[in-house]
Design a protein. Structure first.
Length: 123
């Protein structure tokens, strides 16, 4: 299995992310990376993260903290994952599973004061 790692977005990733493809039936569930990056530029509470497998950029998501996530949690220190996309036709299940624990590590080590919340818990 290819090594999966997370890194914060850098301009060197932009062209690859702009070329991401998702089937139309999946586009309704997430924002494409180019759309999410525009929002990240406007909102300092959004932190874009790139998923790499080996030497390839295969996925993307945004760690989001701040007032705009209050619909999801009342915890003022919570951070949510938004705009998760894995470039089609990568093996999504394997990539996403590898990223779950890594996302928490990135969040807690580089964005102090963040807390994990149970997404299934209702407010």
């Amino acid at each position: 299995m290819t090594n999966t790692r997370l890194t914060f977005f850098n301009e060197i990733h932009r062209d690859t992310l702009n070329a991401f493809y998702l089937p139309q039936e999946q586009e309704k569930f997430t924002a494409m990376p180019n759309e999410a990056l525009k929002k990240c530029e406007e909102d300092p509470g959004r932190h874009p993260v790139v998923i790499e497998a080996g030497d390839k950029t295969v996925g993307f998501f945004v760690l989001h903290k701040g007032e705009n996530i209050r619909d999801f949690t009342a915890n003022p220190n919570a951070m949510v994952i938004r705009a998760l996309s894995i470039n089609h036709p990568r093996p999504r299940k394997r990539v996403c599973k590898s990223c779950d624990a890594a996302a928490a590590t990135v969040c807690f080590q580089t964005l102090p004061g963040s807390e994990r919340t149970d997404p299934s818990r209702k407010l």
